[in-house]
Design a binder for this molecule. Structure first.
Ligand SMILES: NC(=O)c1ccc[n+]([C@@H]2O[C@H](COP(=O)([O-])OP(=O)(O)OC[C@H]3O[C@@H](n4cnc5c(N)ncnc54)[C@H](O)[C@@H]3O)[C@@H](O)[C@H]2O)c1
Length: 496
């Protein structure tokens, strides 16, 4: 499509150049022929004066040349000037016909070029999936989206982003930006008016999570594994790349350790080279199975260094150690967020964590699997609260680790009942043995976050957040059921 368009454009330009050259030659000839001495038998003066339109040919020729330089597309319009009619009067009929033919050919090509450009624009619109994957948004951002659709902006299909002055606009890298948390952070930073580069190897992330930004001038997607060095020019780095759920990080334990150690070294090295600030996403798992409750940042944790979760827990502990080694040795500006259990739309339906397990089981009318008696507690933070905390932490004047989580503690058995109520499900609860190293209690102490992040505190209630998440899961399950029916060659839809 692009090749054809380029060919047409080149042809169009060539024709314009040929046409203009010919016209200029005529113009020159006319100029010399109309100036003294006037050749015998040719008297141009009367025809010009008859039209009461004295033409300064040299001026016209200059005008034509400069307009050609300024705007090739506008050139054919300039040819409707008095120069043309003058040329007609002094030229043989065949030459005038030739000019007219050239003009009609040029306008035909011009129409085709415009048609191709229109087709290409609509093709690109389909490719970026604007209609297919409308952004998951709060009511205010969907309002923005509708406003934008009504505007005459070229980027109608995107949510409306702020226009920041050059001095405030940052170029920001998000590693793992196609994942659950990263994609929400991407929305926030783009809406705030910054330029964002996402680097992701799609190990657990999905293009679908970020498809609504593809093609936007402030967004760039790099398919990149951070275990390899990355060279980009940025002001800030949010380093989120790492699988986060136990089945995902245990699936390839060595890779998880590499991502959190080698990958983190690469990102710290990048921050050092560009002189930018880096925020490293750590986790409440650095506290292991805590003996102190609730967990404050001063607690050093209780981690089994050789257990099945150690690839992640110890990987993140090394990532923190590396971060502060770079801060001390290289004077790097660092931020560390210890993130507690977070949920919301775009989380993996099959990530094996309690929120996704319970919601998908309840929606499918299956028994909810509770490990042990269900007396263990978790605290659940809605994803937009986390994103707010991350953005504030990056901007804050505080470089030690900060807990970001919701301090409201819920017993797993109670959580199962809340989910069942919201889904209006009648499924039962099934008890299973507790997995190895499963923490019994988890609740963040967020007093440091409140102090250092200008009063940050989670404000989405568990019910509110669950309603949005359940809606998302409904859509995902419908999609995956549809896909499995299709993958069956459509047999089930025919036979049943
Ligand atoms: N979601 C939570 O509850 C939670 C809790 C604590 C900490 N965290 C941390 O937050 C971050 C984001 O978690 P999430 O829930 O969005 O997980 P996620 O799995 O949805 O996203 C992680 C992203 O990182 C990408 N990734 C993994 N390895 C990579 C590599 N080597 N190179 C490039 N990209 C890579 C994945 O493809 C994915 O897009 C992680 O660092 C995680 O440890 C999350």
């Amino acid at each position: 499509m692009t090749l054809r368009r380029n060919l047409l454009r080149s042809l169009f330009v060539c024709l314009v150049v040929v046409f203009l050259s010919l016209t200029l030659v005529y113009n020159r000839l006319n100029f010399y022929s109309s100036g003294p001495p006037i050749p015998d038998g040719v008297n141009l003066q009367p025809s010009f004066s008859q039209e009461n339109n004295a033409i300064d040919k040299s001026k016209d020729a200059y005008h034509l040349e400069s307009s050609f330089k300024d705007d090739l597309h506008a050139a054919p319009l300039q040819l409707q000037s008095p120069l043309q009619s003058a040329a007609k009067q002094i030229s043989p009929l065949s030459q005038a016909t030739f000019i007219e033919e050239m003009q009609s050919e040029i306008s035909r090509l011009r129409q085709r070029l415009e048609e191709m450009e229109r087709k290409q624009a609509s093709f690109e619109g389909h490719q970026n999936g604007a209609q297919l994957f409308p952004p998951l948004s709060s009511s205010s951002s969907s309002r923005h989206h509708q406003q934008q659709q009504g505007s005459s902006n070229n980027y109608q299909q995107y949510m409306k982003t702020k226009q920041l002055p050059y001095s405030e606009k940052k170029r920001i890298l998000i590693t793992g930006g196609a994942g659950f948390v990263g994609s929400h952070l991407l929305d926030r930073l783009l809406l705030d008016g910054h330029e964002v580069i996402v680097a992701d190897n799609f190990y657990t992330g999905r293009r679908l999570n970020i498809a609504h930004w593809i093609g936007h001038p402030n967004f760039e997607l790099l398919h990149h594994d951070i275990v390899n060095p990355l060279y980009v020019e940025v002001d800030e780095i949010y380093h989120l790349a790492s699988p986060a759920s136990p089945p995902h990080y245990m699936m390839n334990a060595v890779k998880t350790i590499k991502t959190n150690t080698v990958g983190t070294i690469n990102m710290l090295g990048l921050a050092k080279r560009v002189g930018g600030r880096i925020l490293v996403a750590s986790t409440s798992e650095v506290y292991g199975d805590p003996t102190v409750h609730p967990q404050a940042e001063t607690y050093w944790g209780n981690v089994n260094p050789i257990g099945p979760r150690s690839c992640y827990d110890e990987g993140k502990r090394v990532a923190e150690a590396l971060t502060y080694a770079y801060a001390k040795q290289e004077r790097l500006e660092v931020r560390v967020a210890r993130i507690f259990n977070t949920y919301g739309p775009r989380m993996h339906v099959h990530d094996g964590r309690v929120v996704s397990n319970f919601i998908s089981q309840a929606l499918q009318g299956r028994r909810l699997s509770v490990y042990g008696e269900g007396r263990q507690t978790r605290s659940f933070q809605y994803v937009t609260d986390l994103v707010e905390g991350l953005v504030r932490l990056m901007a804050a004047n505080y470089s030690q680790p900060v807990n970001l989580g919701n301090p409201e503690e819920t017993r797993i058995a109670d959580f199962a009942r809340i989910v069942l109520d919201l889904v209006h499900g009648y499924a039962h609860i099934e008890h299973f043995p507790t997995p190895v190293d499963d923490p019994r209690r988890r609740r963040p102490d967020i007093s440091l976050a409140k102090r250092t992040l200008h009063g940050w505190t989670p404000n989405v209630t568990l019910e509110e957040g669950l309603v949005k998440t359940i809606d998302y899961f409904r859509g995902e399950l419908r999609l995956s059921l549809g896909q499995s029916r299709n993958s069956n060659g459509g047999r089930s839809s025919v036979e049943t």
